[in-house]
Ligand binder design. Structure first.
Ligand code: S3P
Length: 429
């Protein structure tokens, strides 16, 4: 299944529920493992990334019973983890390695974190520096830049840390490390990034206050067990929302989609491009807004400029936004998005290379790209670069392109969305 062939979609119709939210699934396993007592996680994302987190906590001595969609986690308390007997493999998952670094920094034992070839090129200085200031001993490859990381934690002191980049992974690592201090730890974000940790941790009993971009965590407290129901992942639904906008006659309903405002910048951008996306049945699931979305194609989209504060709220949606921009009228300019260069692939470089193969005029900037909408794409042989979101974005481009497209490395979708191609098949037949 590593090579997939797709043709232009003649129909694209139906209802679906996206897979469970990846960020919330990771966090529910981490927080439940650190809570005292038995927690459950319903609608847990069963994908490679979240299994990396589950396996990591098992190797730290936590019993996790996996009964399909529900996990039962016998947490042992903030200080209940034990030294792993082997290196922990975080696979492709940046969220696993960075959040775990924060937890392990607080634990007085030795651990080593590594990952796949992509993860071993992703910057870790951003977590190592503040955790070291708190008192953890961490060394890593290439002058403490890249995994593997070796950690000997314990005896952390709270600090005030002004974050140089907006990153929910760094923020969450520091919040977790803050649980292991005796005092008030302050984290200041440059721009708000996804806020699942600061919303979920208080529900587990953590003492956290948020004042604008300043987050304070008071250490020395226990977490209590909690049952979490994971909403559907907006970032996964995004591929189908954009596909529907780009395919003439398309009509889809995405059900049970998480709409946390720190995640949904893409909806605002698509609206500015001229799309109209219906939102109904808004409700609350585990403290997160959830709704059903309705989209129709083909929308007459117009190019837009994107930069500044909105960027973190659509950081994972830029690859699919590039596809929408390629089929819009006029030029779309994305700036201030240099973080895209350090994701599962360098997404500025990979999207530029792959969309060019389909006939799109794109220019790369150090911090973004400009895409001249062509109104049409032609099929080509493209690569996922081992990046799930590139594979899925190119699949959507293929559905809207003339001719046949081959996607090499298509199994990368299993990182966050197993069954992605089956769903494409169901909606387009
Ligand atoms: C995530 C945060 C984001 C995002 C990633 C998931 C999280 O990364 O791109 O897919 O769950 O905290 P950064 O924190 O590096 O921006």
């Amino acid at each position: 299944m590593d090579r997939i062939e797709l043709n232009r979609a003649k129909v694209f119709k139906g209802e679906f529920s996206p897979p469970p939210d990846k960020s919330i699934s990771h966090r529910s396993v981490i927080f439940s493992s650190l809570a005292k007592g038995t927690s459950t996680v319903r609608n847990f994302l069963r994908a490679e990334d979240t299994f990396s987190t589950m396996n990591a906590f098992r190797s730290l001595g936590i019993e996790i019973i996996d009964e399909g969609a529900t996990l039962t986690i016998h947490g042992k308390g903030v200080r209940g983890l034990s030294e792993p007997g082997d290196v922990i493999d975080c696979g492709n998952s940046g969220t696993t390695i960075r959040l775990l670094s924060g937890v392990l920094a607080g634990n007085p034992f030795f651990s080593v974190l590594t990952g796949d070839r992509s993860l071993r090129t992703r910057p870790m200085g951003r977590v190592i520096r503040p955790l070291s200031l708190m008192g953890a001993h961490i060394i890593a490859r290439d002058d403490s830049r890249y995994p593997p990381l070796a950690i000997k934690g314990g005896n952390l002191s709270p600090i005030t840390y002004v974050m140089p980049v907006a990153s929910a992974q760094v923020k969450s690592a520091l919040l977790l490390a803050g649980l292991y201090t005796e005092g008030d730890m302050e984290i200041v974000e440059p721009v708000r990034s996804r806020d699942h940790s600061e919303k979920m941790l208080p529900a587990f009993g953590a003492d956290i206050t948020v004042d604008g971009l300043r987050i304070t965590v008071r250490g020395g407290r226990e977490l209590r067990a909690l049952d979490t129901l994971v909403p559907g992942d907006f970032s996964s639904a995004a591929f189908f929302i954009v596909a529907a906008l780009l395919i003439p006659g398309a009509e889809i309903t995405a059900k049970n989609v998480g709409l946390n405002p720190t995640r949904t910048g893409l909806l605002e951008v698509l609206k500015n491009m001229g799309a109209s996306i219906g939102i109904g049945n808004v409700r609350d699931v585990s403290g997160e807004p959830v709704a059903d979305l309705f989209c129709k194609g083909r929308a007459d989209l117009k190019g837009v400029s994107i930069s500044g504060e909105i960027v973190p709220s659509l950081i994972d949606e830029f690859p699919i936004l590039c596809v929408a921009a390629a089929l819009a009228e006029g030029t779309t300019v994305i700036r201030g998005a240099e973080e895209l260069r350090v994701k599962e692939s360098d997404r500025i470089k990979t999207m530029t290379a792959e969309l060019r193969k389909m006939g799109v005029a794109i220019e790369e900037y150090p911090d973004g790209l400009s895409i001249r909408g062509t109104g049409k794409l032609h099929g080509a042989e493209v690569e996922s670069h081992g990046d799930h979101r590139i594979a899925m974005s190119m699949a959507v481009a293929a559905l809207a392109a003339g001719g046949r497209t081959v996607i090499n490395g298509a199994s990368a979708v299993d990182i966050s969305f197993p069954g992605f191609f089956d769903l494409i098949g169901r909606l387009s037949s």
